[in-house]
Design a protein around this ligand. Sequence first.
Ligand code: HAM
Length: 419
Amino acid sequence: MSIKYTIPRGTFDVLPKDSYKWEMIETKFRHVANRFGYKEIITPIFEHAEVFERSVGDTSDIVQKEMYRFTDRKGRVFALRPEGTAPVIRSYVENNLGQDNSPTKLFYIGPMFRYDRPQAGRSRQFSQYGIECIGSNNPYYDAEVIQLFYIFLKDIGLQNFSVEVNSVGCATCSESYNQALTEYFTPHLEELCGDCKNRINKNPRRLLDCKVHSCKAIAEHAPLMLDYLDEECQNHFAQVQYYLKLMKVPFVVNSRIVRGLDYYTNTAFEFINNNLGAQNALGGGGRYNKLVEQFGGKPTPGIGFAGGLTRLLISMENENLLSDIEPAPTIYFIAVGEEATLLAIDMIGWMRKNFIHVEFFPDKGSLKAQLKNANRLNARLAIIIGEDELKRNVFLQKDLQTGEQIEFNLESFEELYLS
Ligand code: HAM
């Protein structure tokens, strides 16, 4: 008896009817990133688990609940990457990428893995596009990173999204904020979930993004980080906003942005599409001025963001931005009879070498069936060679939109399609 296999829960196949959309988005992202001077970096799908535990944070949901950890045959502990920033910083330090140019501007596109409850816009394997700008604390770069994300979304035509920015402060001003949070949450200890009870002393900020309903209700009235920023952090945040205005990137300040990863300092931001339902973040990012040091590098500030590809596709679908972009063949070749088929194979080879998108199916049946198939594929032109055409040394070109038919001499073939 044969067994029928199914795909793992929370994963999906990108089928041919959709893969060209993925390709289109990736190409657009590459173009925008290049325009801003970013170069691609490709890191492995798995890393030593510690790379994430130490940076994303061992009290974060991502590390505690969502990371795919595994042990290899020699007992080493690895993790499928749940995000792209930590691997990029690991590589930046390991390969000494900062020595040539500062800031170092890197972008990446690829699959990430989180064991979370699957729902619309949330899966266990998902693709992220992102950038990291490593080597400067100038608030100009905070704004530039946000501007890149904004221009990318505008380039693909997206309308319904907002840019929300916040500052989560530096290590120094975090101390008084963390203390204020502990003081705020302690009287509610009994109402908190088990995780939050454990986290309150280790990392009270994690209580702000707990997904449990009762914790969320308490967190709603918690003190705001913006009220605890020291002067330097306040100035940095004001500068970021100033540059964003100069760059004509519309934004709102949302002091409730926490981010689910521990490495953030100062600027934190999210791109929100409220039509997406519960999973409404198209992407997010922020500054991580201590991360390079944590990976053993020299103290080096950095900032970046990552967006989710599926959430972008859903948003584009909602705004009808994906309807008519499926690539269609320029030419659908129809040959009737053996001799015509041999000639067709020769001509098609030449066309494909010359960058013309040609479709040819030697065994699709009658002329009628072939034309039907050409229309199904949305081909622009059909080239038809039958016995009659062969005898007269011509081929027939039919415009499949207008129906117009023209006969050409076989000898003029190459000249005709090179222009
Ligand atoms: P993040 O907010 O965890 O940030 O993820 C960024 C985006 O990835 C989310 O806004 C969402 O669009 C997408 N995403 C996250 N989880 C899922 C999921 N389970 N299914 C589908 N899409 C998902 C980071 O990952 C940081 N590394 C961003 C960053 C870069 N910060 C600085 N540099």
